[in-house]
Design a protein around this ligand. Structure first.
Ligand code: SF4
Ligand code: SF4
Length: 307
């Protein structure tokens, strides 16, 4: 295991951007892990961007976090299509995840890389596996793997132990969990021990320069945790009193309602205008509140007039 881990460590160089994607499930601490990684990189002096995508915000739902780290200002935004490194917290997510086949994969699993590759038909050449959940249980006595995931990502990126420890302490203090600091620092150090510090400088060196802001549209089926079962709104008892209606004369196609809708009930049509799927809309009215041009109005939902 140590041999394999040694081989894949890479390091930030001048004019290099690291694209990192963390993938897991709600409750596994993906957002916290991305926060720790980006804080550690920031403390080291890099430009960073961290964008967790919650999709439907519920325990167990797939979650991704996109992190960009560079020693130059980062001008691109949005989805990372070709990450340099993918850290996966839950192997079951392979079934639904389209992976960049050139990326280095780290997977939290008790399986070795060959077994994992054959079980899920993974084409990536470089796969690292380690049972982080087991390690975390051993040290923290609970299965919260955010710090371990962050430590793995930081180590593979080439960040120093000092910055990672600092970032972990900041994160725990922010969450008012100071009593957890010692154990989590022990966990970080253990992960750094497991992964040797022999950086391979040219590994995954990327020099692609992106000078535009990329915010292209993806249907919620691939960009979010798409809820395909209708009547979602009916089960939201007490909600759905008012129904959002879009006035296309006022709509500027800014996509804000699409981005904010927590149930992926808004898609864009071929002309990039938002369209509401009322089978999925739960009537939270967030789109109405967020629309900057007041192009969304509310009408009493007749289906709930008896409430
Ligand atoms: S937020 Fe308003 S203006 Fe923007 S796309 Fe939605 S309806 Fe149109
Ligand atoms: S009210 Fe708007 S934001 Fe809320 S679920 Fe319906 S479409 Fe989405």
């Amino acid at each position: 295991m140590l041999y394999i881990l040694n081989s894949y460590i890479f390091k930030l160089l001048f004019n290099v951007m690291i694209w990192l994607t963390l993938i897991g499930r709600g409750g596994q601490g993906i957002k916290s892990a991305s926060h720790i990684v980006s804080t550690a990189a920031f403390l080291k002096g890099y430009y960073v961007q961290s964008q967790p995508i919650y999709r439907a915000e519920r325990r167990g739902a797939p979650i991704s976090a996109f992190i960009r780290i560079s020693n130059e200002p980062i001008l691109e935004r949005g989805y990372i299509y070709e990450p340099s490194l993918i850290v996966i917290a839950d192997e079951s997510l392979f079934i639904d995840t389209n992976l960049n086949k050139d990326a280095i994969l780290f997977v939290n699993t008790a399986l070795d890389a060959d077994k994992l590759r054959s079980l899920y038909n993974i084409e990536n050449k470089r796969i690292i596996t380690y049972n982080l959940t087991g390690l975390t249980l051993q040290i923290l006595n609970k299965s919260i793997i955010s710090v371990a995931l962050a430590a793995v990502a930081c180590r593979l990126i080439g960040l120093n132990l000092e910055e990672v420890e600092h970032a972990v302490i900041m994160q725990l203090e922010e969450l008012n969990m100071q009593e957890e600091v010692d154990k989590n620092i022990e966990l970080v150090r253990k992960v750094f021990e497991l992964i040797s510090n022999s950086n391979i400088e040219n590994e995954k060196k990327r020099t692609k320069s992106v000078s535009v802001i990329d915010l292209s549209y993806h249907h919620p089926k691939i960009s979010a945790c798409y809820i395909s079962v209708p009547a979602n709104s009916i089960s939201s008892e007490g909600w759905n009193v008012n129904k959002p209606i879009i006035d296309y004369d006022k709509c500027t196609k800014c996509m804000i309602c699409f981005i904010f809708c927590p149930d992926s009930a808004i898609i864009l049509n071929k002309d990039n205008y938002p369209v509401i799927n009322y089978d999925l809309c739960k009537g939270c009215n967030i789109c109405y509140v967020e629309c900057p041009t007041k192009a969304i109005r509310l009408e009493r939902n007749e289906a709930t007039l008896d409430r």
